[in-house]
Each structure stands twice: as structure tokens, then as C-alpha cells.
Design a binder for this molecule. Structure first.
Ligand code: MBD
Ligand code: FE
Length: 302
């Protein structure tokens, strides 16, 4: 195996929607740069770990490195392979794809560990394309979308409650890709808040959201993550999904994704982020739309 080339054509196993007229071509470098900027803007990652004792840093860094050393010994990794790795790691940074790489191949384990104590919803990974501050649409509303937005209309009714069943005044932040698999603010030519909205519930905890069904999503194949995927003979697909952050005062923030039944990539998500309890059960309506019910149960802050 000597090829380490980006394929001329992305894998084609699930062309649910042929790419239509997305302007200016979304590129890995452009969406990677946006995701990297976004991460830098929203988080001060070092603040939260300021008090981490050096013993813990030592332990974690040593064990990660030991796992790398063990892999090298076990598989007789050559200098050529080491140099290819070095070039690839440099490329991941140049392409701004560290957020993508980490969220696709590492975040799911962190999420499992972080939410294992919950008796309410446990959630799924955030991924690289969340943007805070989406328009507030009240308890009921239609997601910001273009007049000719493609995709099956989806009407989602739900409720936020606490683990004891009490309805909660809270917020559902929803963001998802369009029918071509592109996210606003990370692909060119899409209105800023397209398919991004916040829904704030009243005392009954109820919300009702009109949106469209997103398409299966292929992570960018023209950057360094795509190079790894091609060189390893993997595919780049995530199943169609809706991203949410659900919050309420005095409760743990829930970050989750919801999926659609029958999507072939529910079984082999490149990001390993599908859980059976996150698969919706939409019901086709006479007018061609789909209705779906899905509630959230939040754990009180411990
Ligand atoms: C996505 O849309 C996503 O949700 C994840 C986890 C990674 C890449 C793109
Ligand atoms: Fe996503």
C-alpha cells in the first residue's frame, strides 16, 4: 500500500442527494479554518484545566505516548511510515482539521465517560459545527431556512422535563445540515443562521419545531482527514442527523444528536456517535411532511 493520495472522487456508496448547486464548492480547508476559528472564539480550553495537578498531566501524556510506542514496536513501524505520519500531522494543522479529526475519532469516548452517571438523556458528540447565539424562535417556530429550502418538511413536537418528570422552562438549540449535507457558516453561500435556531419552552416544557430532514453527511474528503480515510480504505459518511443542545436552569447541559431509522450509516457512522435511543420514529403525513415526537429528560446538577 503506497498510495497516500486524495481520491479523485469521494466514496460513492450513499449518494442520497447528488450534490446540487452549492456555490463555490465547500472545501476542507475552508470549513476546517472556520471550525478552528470557531473553537478559538468560543472556548478558553486552558481555563477549565488551570488547576489540573501535574501528576495527572504526567499520567495521561505518558500513557498516550506508551500506547503509541507499543503500536510502533508491535507492528515494526518503519521510518517511511513515521515520516508519512509526521507529514500528515502537519497537514491536519494546515488544513484546520484538528477539530474535525478529534470530534470524529476521539470525542465519542469523552462523551461516554462524561455522561455515564446520568439517569436522563445521555446524548452524543457535539462535533465541529456548533455556533452559539442562534435566533430565538420561542416555544414554537420554523427554523431559519431559504424560501426554496430542499428536503422533506419535518415537524417535531417534544417536551423538556427533569428526571422526576417535572416540566422545565428550558432551551433547545438545534442545528443541522441542509439537504445537500452542508452547514451554514462552514460552507460558502448559505445564509448565516440557515437551519440554526433556539427554542425556549414555557412552564409546560413543550416545544414544536418545523424544519426539514437533513441529508446523510460526508466529512470533507479533500483535506488531511480525507487522506487518512482514502489511505485506510474507510468511508467518510455520517448518517443524517439533527444536533441539539438542551439546557434548563439547575440541570446538566445535554448535547445530543438524533438520527433517522433506516439510514445505512446508522450502523457504520465514521464518528461512532449513533445510539439506539437517539433514533427518531418519524411518521409520514398526508401532506408529504413527517411528524416526530421526541422528549428530553435532563439530570439535575449534582
Ligand atoms: C459533522 O456534521 C459532525 O456532526 C461530526 C461529528 C463530524 C463532522 C461533521
Ligand atoms: Fe453534524
Amino acid at each position: 500500500m503506497t498510495t497516500f493520495e486524495t481520491p479523485a472522487h469521494p466514496p460513492t456508496d450513499t449518494p442520497a442527494h447528488p450534490p446540487t448547486d452549492t456555490p463555490a464548492q465547500a472545501s476542507a480547508a475552508a470549513s476546517g479554518a472556520s471550525a478552528t476559528d470557531r473553537f478559538r472564539t468560543d472556548k478558553s480550553p486552558y481555563d477549565a484545566v488551570r488547576d489540573t495537578p501535574c501528576e495527572r498531566v504526567d499520567l495521561l501524556a505518558r500513557e498516550v505516548l506508551a500506547a503509541v510506542h507499543e503500536t510502533i514496536r508491535k507492528h515494526h513501524v518503519t521510518y517511511d511510515e513515521y515520516n508519512a505520519l509526521k507529514a500528515w500531522l502537519i497537514g491536519v494543522g494546515e488544513d484546520g482539521e484538528w477539530p474535525l479529526f478529534l470530534d470524529v475519532w476521539v470525542e465519542h469516548e469523552v462523551e461516554e465517560v462524561a455522561t455515564s452517571h446520568r439517569s436522563g438523556n445521555r446524548g452524543s458528540i457535539e462535533g465541529p459545527y456548533y455556533v452559539p447565539g442562534s435566533p430565538d424562535l420561542g416555544a414554537q417556530g420554523t427554523m431559519p431556512m431559504r424560501p426554496d429550502e430542499q428536503g422533506t418538511p419535518l415537524v417535531w413536537s417534544g417536551r423538556i422535563t427533569s428526571t422526576d418528570g417535572t416540566p422545565l422552562r428550558g432551551t433547545v438549540e438545534l442545528w443541522h445540515a441542509d439537504a445537500d449535507g452542508f452547514y451554514s457558516q462552514f460552507a460558502p453561500g448559505i445564509p448565516e443562521w440557515n437551519l440554526r435556531g433556539s427554542f425556549s419552552t414555557g412552564p409546560d416544557g413543550a416545544f414544536r419545531i418545523h424544519t426539514i430532514r437533513p441529508a446523510p453527511y460526508q466529512i470533507p474528503t479533500d483535506g488531511s482527514c480525507g487522506k487518512l480515510i482514502a489511505a485506510a480504505g474507510w468511508h467518510a459518511w455520517r448518517p443524517a442527523h439533527l444536533h441539539v443542545k438542551v439546557s434548563a436552569p439547575g440541570h446538566e447541559l445535554l448535547t445530543a444528536q438524533l438520527y433517522f431509522p433506516g439510514d445505512p450509516h446508522n450502523e457504520d457512522d465514521i464518528a461512532t456517535a449513533v445510539k439506539p435511543e437517539l433514533i427518531l420514529a418519524p411518521v409520514a403525513q398526508a401532506d408529504g411532511s413527517e411528524a416526530v415526537a421526541y422528549d428530553f429528560v435532563l439530570d439535575p446538577v449534582r
